[in-house]
Design a protein around this ligand. Structure first.
Ligand code: ZN
Length: 483
């Protein structure tokens, strides 16, 4: 196998190098991804292409549109890492939905994978420090991908794939990302028409985002063309269209005339979003999703580590408490950005911050615990094959003690994808949906009978009184008319 030099290869290589993985670490990871998917982010496990009657592209489109709704639970390997287990597929689907990206989007999958890897603390550590492709490849195979076959032959093969990437790329890049401020424009732009309505250049570094509603369900082209031709002195850096199109009207290096405040527009990237023409000036889902992607991209390129919104105008206009989002209504008697977008500013900040990830200053030691993907114990699992082994401990290296047979079993503890049987007989492997189905939280012990509770209470009082219990009960029965 030879590295092809494709843009996908280089993108993946650069992505993980920039995230601080060592060259051997990146190569070891990539060799595994190649073995899983051929580095094709829309790759659907071949056996499922036949079973579902869908090609890679058809499956991807159907998941994106929602017409195929069994993505999480269909047990089909998908994407760069061939995510298969339901909780991991569910997490990836949620991530894609939140960022407005296709389930098959390369950058989305890389971002998701990086977040996921942070939860695999041992793997993450090795990928950052690995000096040999083999050590990185082995740990990705055995702790992250964990396919059924993890034999020595597989290890050698995957490390070989990784070595090819190492040989092709290790001496070409691999410098960690520098914290430099660049004034470029967004690569997400789909249409450009630069207006004369601007001040060039801006006089302040970009540290603020100002989102407006354009009061019209326009495309990005319509908005940019308007700013380029109108006699009114107005513009914006970007226009987001009703269809999710993104237009550039004023270069980021220049000040737009947008927010009725010279000071604000010198430091802000201004974005006009296509909206309805009346209250609450709602925007389409496509526009909203594109807006979040665009703002995240602006923040990334301009060194804005975190977006901070405040519902307090004083905070906003003074950039107090780290607040770096302002709105037009702070500077002029206007409804802009309209109630719809104003109410969503907190959600926009949260979605963008999710994409930006934790600050680079956060130590990897602070990485979250691995996502277990299992309900809280105890939960039940339905074993669907007759010959699932249970072992002495939570791992393949432990001795087989027997086979469960088909049926429903209660799991009282989970370790590393293995579940401890309530009977104490041993541990079964939970992460292969071809073997078993996780069912949910086991039934709690029945609530005590309320009559017993009341009887206990009465008995306690009778005892404490020192009176003859028989006499008291006799009288109680009379009162109740049951004597
Ligand atoms: Zn406005």
């Amino acid at each position: 196998m030879k590295a092809t030099g494709s843009s996908t290869e280089r993108t993946i290589w650069n992505y993980f190098c920039c995230k601080g993985f060592s060259p051997a670490g990146v190569a070891g990871l990539m060799g595994n991804l190649y073995a899983e998917s051929g580095l094709n982010p829309i790759n659907l496990q071949n056996t499922y292409e036949k079973r579902l009657g869908l090609t890679d592209a058809e499956y991807t489109a159907a998941v994106d549109s929602g017409s195929y709704s069994n993505f999480v639970r269909d047990s089909a390997g998908y994407g760069l890492a061939q995510w298969t287990y339901w909780s991991r597929k569910e997490a990836m689907l949620n991530y894609a939905r939140k960022t407005g990206a296709s389930i098959g989007d390369l950058m989305m999958q890389l971002d998701f994978m990086f977040q996921e890897l942070k939860g695999y603390v041992a793997v993450f550590q090795v990928l950052r420090t690995a000096r040999t492709v083999k050590e990185a490849s082995d740990i990705v195979l055995t702790k992250y991908e964990r396919p059924a076959n993890m034999s020595n032959a597989v290890k050698v093969k995957r490390a070989g794939f990784g070595q090819a990437y190492y040989d092709a790329y290790a001496n070409t890049t691999a410098t960690p990302e520098k914290e430099e401020i660049t004034m470029s424009n967004s690569p997400l732009v789909t249409y450009t028409n630069i207006t004369k309505n601007k001040t060039s250049p801006r006089n302040h570094a970009i540290d603020t985002i100002t989102i407006h509603c354009i009061v019209g369900q326009w495309t990005a082209k319509q908005g940019c063309d308007y700013f380029a031709t109108t006699d009114r002195e107005c513009s914006a850096n970007y226009v987001v269209g009703k269809d999710g199109s993104i237009g550039l009207s004023v270069d980021e290096a220049d000040r737009s005339w947008c927010t009725s405040s010279r000071e604000n527009d010198n430091r802000a990237i201004t974005i006009e979003v296509a909206s309805d023409t009346e209250h609450p000036y709602a925007v389409t889902d496509a526009a909203y999703a594109a807006l979040i992607k665009l703002v995240a991209d602006i923040c990334k390129r301009n060194g804005i580590k975190k977006l901070v919104w405040s519902t307090n105008k004083t905070d906003r206009v003074n950039h107090a408490n780290g607040c770096n989002m302002t709105v037009h209504r702070d500077y002029a008697n206007k409804a802009c950005p309209g109630q719809y977008l104003y109410d969503r500013h907190g959600a926009i900040a949260a979605a963008v911050n999710e994409i930006l990830g934790p600050g680079t200053t956060q130590a990897p030691e602070a990485a979250p615990e691995p996502v277990q993907g299992f309900p809280a114990t105890p939960f039940t699992v339905r074993v669907i094959i007759p010959d699932l082994n249970y072992r002495k401990g939570p791992g393949m290296s432990y001795a087989v003690r027997g086979q469960t047979g088909k049926g429903v079993f209660t799991i009282t503890e989970v370790q590393d994808g293995w579940g401890k049987l309530k009977s104490g007989a041993g541990w079964i492997y939970l992460e292969n949906p071809d073997y078993c189905t996780i069912q949910g939280v086991a039934a709690k012990p029945a609530e005590p009978d309320p009559a017993d509770v009341l009887a206990q209470e009465i008995a306690g009082k009778v005892k404490a009184s020192g009176l003859d219990p028989a006499d008291v009960l006799n009288r109680v029965e009379k009162i109740l008319g049951v004597a």
